[in-house]
Design a protein around this ligand. Structure first.
Ligand code: FMN
Length: 429
């Protein structure tokens, strides 16, 4: 039976890799206790620092075809509770749940003294590790913290160094995605002595504008500010950044759009040692962890993986630079007529948006006459036109299969049998 026990950075032990990310679900002891009772392996406490005043309202979202909160935007800041209260609660939780991981997320002014003090006090409360919040993209960044630090490699390594001067527990640096290339900051964190990286924090966003009031959402007394985007919509961006920072060689805690065990498995395949979630527990509650544990274990059993380490990072060698891809690999679309509903979406997409290699032939004249159903008999099936792929012209772009609403109605079939692999780099050598 698969074993999900996790040992992050060789020091932070927990029963499974699922951690609450720093945010509303990990705001206080009552929540973290209920989360641990539900099965979560760890929690990164809502960022500690000098308590702030939040605005109301704070969240807005993007729905997509019935999926509520496909993307979530927030303009919330760090904790609004005093450091004393948060630390007392961390201590209480750690005493009651010694086997679960509690990580203190930290953000204070950029002075050595302020960082030393909060590190020592957090560890004094029993935190198993520290996460430096260099990622918050709104509000705190205007005050020189959060992503204002995470966007400048020198600041990132300098503050990490300050923290490492006194820290006894593992130090994770939480990176901002609001940067052209995440790798220099990740390397800077390592240079500063970080024991691990967390990625990603939220992405700068304006989710939408009210067309009657002209005020972007969320509306704070007729005005708004850019916020941080997260939830399922950001998963592809997070996965890319996780893959990029793997080159640094530090343990990674993966964050961004994880909603279920499949998402988690993908992050682990790109090298993550633990997985953090914020939007999903905000949306569906702490109970989702049960399915995540069962689902991941079942999949691991099916695949023959006993531990997380058995499959961690297995996808990394499969991400290459474009120049190394095989130019001779060739697939073409195959439409399965028995599944086709005649919607023509593949034809239209290929005709207007791709390579004009799907054709819809006119029906034979006999079939174009719509049969008149007998009043008391079954309604005869209306003949449909099945699109046809011009196999010589098809470039194998996948667009038709992507737009087709019927599962497996269009499959992409390999046709380059026997042709040796050749990359652009090899061809131009
Ligand atoms: C309302 C809200 C508040 C957040 N507050 C914090 C915070 O205090 N500190 C922090 O490091 N990240 C904070 N985050 C970011 C999350 O920890 C996480 O990085 C991000 O939401 C992406 O994960 P997700 O897609 O699972 O939500 C917050 C996110 C949300 C939605």
């Amino acid at each position: 039976m698969a074993d999900l026990t996790t040992l992050f950075a060789n020091k932070i032990r927990c029963p499974n890799p699922f951690w609450l990310a720093s945010g509303p679900p990990a705001n206080c002891a009552d929540q973290v206790i209920r989360a641990f009772d539900a099965g979560w392996g760890g929690a990164v406490w809502k960022t500690l620092g000098v308590p702030i005043t939040n605005v109301s309202s704070r969240y807005s979202s993007v729905d997509l075809n019935g999926q509520r909160m496909m993307g979530l935007n927030n303009i919330e800041l760090i904790t609004d509770r005093t450091l004393e209260v948060n630390l007392r609660e961390i201590e209480e939780v750690k005493k009651r749940y010694p086997d679960n991981a509690v990580i203190a997320s930290l953000m204070v002014d950029s002075t050595r003294e302020a960082w030393h003090e909060i590190v020592e006090r957090s560890e004094g409360a029993g935190a198993d590790g520290l996460e430096l919040n260099f990622g918050c993209p709104h509000g705190m960044s205007e005050r020189g913290m959060g992503s204002a630090v995470g966007q400048v490699p020198q600041y990132c390594s300098m503050i990490t160094e300050w923290v490492k001067e006194v820290a006894k527990t593992p130090v994770l640096v939480k990176l901002t995605p609001n940067i052209t290339d995440i790798r220099p900051v990740a390397h800077a964190a390592k240079q500063g002595g970080a024991d691990g990286l967390s990625a990603i924090n939220t992405i700068n966003s304006i989710t939408g504008i009210d067309l009657d009031t002209f005020v972007p959402r969320p509306n704070v007394d007729g005005k708004s500010a850019h916020g941080g985007y997260c939830g399922p919509a950001v998963k592809p961006i997070a996965l890319h950044m996780i893959q990029q920072i793997a080159e640094v060689g530090l343990p990674v805690s993966g964050i961004g759009g994880v909603s279920n065990w499949r998402d988690a498995a993908e992050f682990i395949l790109l090298g993550c040692q633990s997985i953090q979630l914020c939007t999903a527990p905000m949306h569906w509650g702490f109970r989702i962890v049960e399915d995540m544990i069962d689902g991941l274990k079942n999949w691991m059993d099916e695949k023959g993986f006993r531990t997380i380490d058995d499959f961690r990072g297995l996808s990394l060698p499969n991400v290459k630079e474009w120049k190394n891809l095989n130019l001779n690999y060739k697939i073409i679309a195959k439409i399965h007529p028995e599944k086709c509903i005649g919607c023509d979406l593949c034809y239209i997409a290929c005709e207007d948006g791709a390579h004009q290699c799907i054709h819809v032939d006119p029906l034979p004249p006999r079939l174009t006459v719509t049969p008149i159903p007998k009043l008391d008999g079954p309604i005869p099936a209306t003949p449909i036109k099945i699109p046809r792929v011009d196999e010589e012209e098809c470039v194998g772009c996948n667009l038709c299969a992507l737009v087709c609403p019927v599962e497996n109605c269009i499959t992409m079939e390999r046709v380059d049998h026997g042709i040796p692999s050749e990359s652009w780099e090899q061809r131009s050598a």
